[in-house]
Design a protein around this ligand. Structure first.
Ligand code: NAI
Length: 331
């Protein structure tokens, strides 16, 4: 039974080969992403294993079906890049890794907050050049600040716990109230009120039709002047052009993004020798108060172990007809 991987990085190979010692599947690794051009590479595979920026739309699913593919195994939590309806109608089963390490992502969000606030990235470079001046490095106490967490699922909840530990006032917005968080001190508010009150806003809801561009020119106007916005969820939660305008007027005081609307053309690859054609990311990176990381929030040893083990377990369970209770089963 062959599993063909797309968008493979060396670390994917390392972890999947190690965990496959208990499963004994045939693994085939392609570095390129899955898209209309690369789908023709699939030969004799029962399972296709994809990541966040692989394109799994209706046309590609139809071609995979013709090639005999039975399962799409996402080795990530988000699944906005898969047409689930089309998969269902083609009887292709889809699974994901719903929770590999919410803490990994929450801790990265916190690292972004702390870095932007205390300017650790600038201090590091400055000191290496024997510049020991503090001019321009002033931050603010996180203790007592109000932080709005949008989406209090697994990752948002982990961040709320961290923020409570720092002594922040934590506001939450979600379609569902988490009673445990409420008891721990998180105050749930309507979205507009959260946006108006928060000094820092961190996004942890999935990308879907309701959440696409939830941070836009209208919602940006509601926020406190100088607000910090953190996005470790999916790039398209933010209208990037609108946030650039808000950075120019200082309405947004800090922006930390681990995800970006057009990231599939850039992230996970070394472009240090290339001319970047994307003017929007170049503009963003030109701001001194913007921190960009390349979708690395998930990237811890513990998370990689869990991703490889759960993905292979999902595939095993589906093939064995035991998927009814599988938490990662989508279709
Ligand atoms: P989850 O499913 O546990 O939580 C998502 C929460 O968002 C749920 O509580 C849900 O009710 C809420 N939600 C749904 N629609 C909403 C709306 N319109 N407004 C407000 N809240 C809404 O998911 P989890 O594991 O916490 O992951 C969240 C997102 O983080 C994923 O969808 C994925 O896109 C992203 N992610 C990013 C990673 C990275 O490396 N940067 C790694 C893993 C996930």
């Amino acid at each position: 039974m062959k599993i063909t991987f797309f968008s493979t990085q060396p670390y994917d190979k390392q972890f999947f080969i190690e965990h496959n010692k208990h499963f004994h599947y045939e693994l085939e690794f392609f570095e390129m992403p899955l898209n209309a051009q690369t789908v023709s590479l699939v030969q004799d595979a029962t399972v296709i294993c994809v990541f966040v920026n692989d394109k799994v739309d209706a046309a590609i699913l139809a071609q995979l079906k013709e090639k005999g593919v039975e399962i799409i195994a996402l080795r990530c939590a988000g699944f906005n890049n898969v047409d689930l309806q089309a998969a269902d109608s083609l009887a292709i089963q889809v699974c994901r890794v719903p929770a590999y390490s919410p803490e990994a992502v929450a801790e990265h969000a916190m690292a972004m907050i702390l870095t932007l606030n205390r300017k650790v990235h600038k201090a590091y470079n400055r000191v290496r050049e024997q510049n020991f001046s503090l001019q321009g490095l002033m931050g603010f106490d996180l203790y007592g600040k109000t932080v709005g967490v949008i989406g209090t699922g697994k990752i948002g909840k982990a961040l709320c716990r961290i923020l409570l530990g720092f002594g922040c006032n934590v506001l939450g917005f979600d379609l569902f109230v988490d009673r445990e968080l409420e008891a721990a001190g998180v105050q749930y508010l309507p979205l507009i009120e959260l946006l108006q009150q928060a000094d820092i806003i961190s996004l942890h809801s999935p990308l879907n039709d309701q959440t696409r561009h939830m941070i836009n020119s209208q919602t940006l106007k509601l926020m406190k002047k100088g607000v910090m916005i953190i996005n470790t969820s999916r790039g398209a939660l933010i209208d990037t052009r609108a946030v650039i305008e808000a950075l120019k007027t200082c309405q947004v005081g800090y922006l930390g993004i681990d995800v970006y609307e057009q990231e599939e053309k850039l992230f996970f690859h070394d472009h240090s020798e290339d001319i970047i054609e994307d003017d929007i990311i170049q503009r963003l990176m030109g701001f001194p108060n913007v921190l960009v990381t390349a979708h690395q929030a998930f990237f811890t040893r513990e998370a990689m172990d869990e991703i490889a083990e759960t993905t292979l377990h999902n595939i095993h369970a589906i093939l064995a007809g035991e998927a009814a209770e599988l938490p990662g089963k989508l279709v």
